[in-house]
Design a protein around this ligand. Structure first.
Ligand code: ZN
Length: 303
């Protein structure tokens, strides 16, 4: 029977690979951003590399009656990671409880941009994301988390959580180049036009800052990519991704893929190759996606 092995193995390898892709669920449906435009970009970023298969679960629209929510019951447990592109009304209690159980028991969670504006008064959610902005957040939500002169600060200063200046391209600076998500990537790379979130506040526990950018508002290094733990679950939190043109950036694509793989499996293997066109400190790399960008970046104001 030994002579059969070389024939049988390749077939086995192919079927294993197909069955082996990481199942991801994107949640959207309400946002002060164009979620219907950006969810396909997130899906492309994840599925384009071949490591993930993605489903999307869309909530009822804002203002829907309670019965419209009754049928929205995402099957979190069927997925290795949940990616939130949602910033809106509170989910029904049964869904909140299912989500907390899912992450606590080892499910992966990825919070993208305004997903960290959501649920300012949902304790478990804020424990997962560490810090957030807007949504009623202030010093009672927890400290302002930032880096200055290479040191991490948890600043209890009074004030609202969440701020940003005009959108612009900015340099993402690695704070931890040795994490599986950041390993091998340039220490400084230019990110496409985006909002540079600052003054994010929250419990800020079990959080590790992977990268920052110097804020035009605060002058300190504000976190933009973070990892956290929530009981047995892993969380990747990126503040990047205001619009489709912010996401269509090889740096964003790469960090989202790696962050999603890491929360799903605890390591980065399938998405470890550094793309040849990864941005440099002075040049962004625009990802081409048919029909995109659909949104137009605001022009800088004339002085
Ligand atoms: Zn935004």
């Amino acid at each position: 029977m030994r002579f059969l092995l070389p024939i049988l193995l390749p077939v086995f390898a192919v079927s294993l690979q197909a069955a082996d892709s990481i199942k991801v669920l994107i949640v959207d449906g309400q946002n002060n951003h164009k979620w219907d435009i950006t969810t396909p970009v997130l899906k492309d970023a994840l599925e384009g590399g071949g490591a993930f298969t993605v489903d999307v679960s869309t909530t009822p629209p804002k203002g829907s009656p309670p019965e419209a929510w009754d049928s929205w019951k995402p099957a979190f447990a069927e997925y290795k990671a949940v990616v939130s592109n949602y910033n809106g009304e509170a989910w029904p209690k049964a869904v909140r409880d299912a989500f907390v159980k899912y992450v606590a028991e080892g499910g992966g969670f990825v919070s993208v941009h305004a997903a960290n504006n959501s649920f300012g008064d949902w304790k478990e959610y804020n424990d997962m994301i560490g810090v957030g902005g807007w949504g009623g957040r202030d010093e009672k939500s927890g400290p302002w988390l930032y880096v200055k002169d290479g040191k991490l600060f948890r600043d209890p200063v009074a004030g609202k959580g969440g701020a940003h200046g005009p959108q612009h391209e900015f340099v993402v600076e690695m704070q931890n180049p040795d994490h599986p998500i950041t390993r091998g990537l340039p220490k400084r790379w230019l990110h496409a036009k985006d909002e540079l979130y600052s003054r994010l506040r929250g419990p800020a526990e079990n959080v590790e800052i992977l990268s920052t950018a110097v804020s035009d508002l605060t002058g300190v290094s504000e976190p933009n990519n973070m990892v956290l733990s929530y009981h047995k679950g892993r969380v990747f939190h990126t503040t990047l991704g205001h619009a489709d043109y912010s996401m269509l950036d090889r740096g964003f694509y790469t960090i989202l893929q790696r962050g999603t793989e890491w929360v799903a499996t605890g390591d980065v293997e399938r998405t470890a190759a550094v793309p040849a066109d990864f941005p440099t400190e002075t040049a962004i790399t625009v990802v081409k996606l048919e029909g995109y960008p659909k949104q137009e970046a605001p022009k800088p104001k004339k002085p």
